[in-house]
Design a protein around this ligand. Structure first.
Ligand SMILES: N[C@@H](CCC(=O)N[C@@H](CS)C(=O)NCC(=O)O)C(=O)O
Length: 289
């Protein structure tokens, strides 16, 4: 890989996970000119460009090319760890806990919000009934799915031996199909699997509630965990149609359509308020997105 003077962060304004390194850059005191940001347009499927796949074979953002790294970093977790370890000012405290128990808790929280059960694509792209599906069909998410499908089909034709395009076109195609031409039984099966996925999402939020230590996710200090959980929860809020950073009730009401007794608990609410006071949050999340 060509040597690079400063890290290059491949990011997208619509990406939840790209906000993890963006929070990290502020928390860790990086100057604006210390990292080059390159925008990857997910709506134009630029993340599926074969040149981008050489940087991130998963076709996702964020990704990072960094000095001292022999291969690109292709996942939020190593990117944030890299930024933490390479922070320019040693006056800024590290986000990696030195205490083994705190670190274990932070690691488990990070894995929790990255788990399939808490994938916010559920809220953005899926539907529990005909009404939700009809609303989704009129939303930008429908355009997102169909433009991706078009790009994936074109790449699959152009690069028939490439291992990425076939499986990705199938995966995106199955949900795109329900939006575009799904029959009644296909839609019913989709609604049922979406309901089951919502139950897992709610269980994950309950695990989060019982795992959080306050004032920050793993206790007294901000850690790597906060920087992963914040963008995830912000994206879930945005997915249900709010832009107000203090509004957790719209998300709660959305989840109550699956589980009427569900509440976003006091720990999650207090932790959210605490992190919301930080400069990094105010800079990266003027609204939830
Ligand atoms: N585990 C990955 C997940 C990255 C991810 O899924 N990013 C989304 C945006 S938030 C993406 O690029 N999606 C495009 C796609 O899946 O086609 C990470 O933490 O970096």
């Amino acid at each position: 890989m060509a040597a690079t003077q400063k890290p290059i962060l491949y990011s997208s304004v619509v990406s939840q996970w790209a906000n993890v390194p963006h929070l990290g850059l502020v928390e860790l005191g990086y100057g604006k000119d210390e990292v080059e940001i390159r925008e990857i347009d997910l709506f134009k499927a630029e993340n599926f460009d074969p040149e981008y796949l050489k940087i991130n074979p998963n076709g996702t953002v964020p990704a990072m090319i960094a000095p001292s790294q022999s291969t690109p970093l292709a996942d939020t977790r190593p990117i944030l760890q890299y930024l933490d370890q390479a922070r320019s000012s040693k006056d800024v405290p590290t986000l990696t806990p030195s205490d083994a128990q705190v670190k274990a808790l932070a690691d488990s929280l990070i894995e929790l919000v990255h788990s399939g059960d808490l994938n916010t694509d559920l809220i953005l792209l899926q539907a529990r009934n005909k009404e939700e599906l009809e609303n989704k069909k009129k939303s930008p998410f429908a355009t997102f799915l169909s433009s991706r499908q078009q790009a994936l089909e074109a790449y699959r034709t152009a690069y028939p031996d490439h291992p990425f395009y076939g499986p990705k076109a199938e995966a995106n195609g199955s949900i795109h199909h329900v939006y575009a031409t799904g029959t009644n039984p296909e839609q019913e099966a989709f609604f049922e699997s979406t309901q089951a996925a919502y139950r897992r999402f709610i269980a994950g939020m309950e695990t989060l509630e019982s795992s959080l230590r306050l004032p920050y996710a793993a206790g007294d200090n901000v850690t790597l965990a906060d920087l992963h959980i914040v963008p995830w929860l912000s994206h879930a809020q945005w997915g249900v149609g709010t832009t107000d950073t203090t509004d957790l009730d719209t998300l709660e009401a959305h989840l109550q359509k699956t589980a009427p007794d569900f509440r976003i608990g006091p720990n999650t609410r207090e932790w959210w308020r605490n992190f919301g006071k930080r400069d990094s949050f105010k800079q990266v999340f003027p609204t939830v997105h």
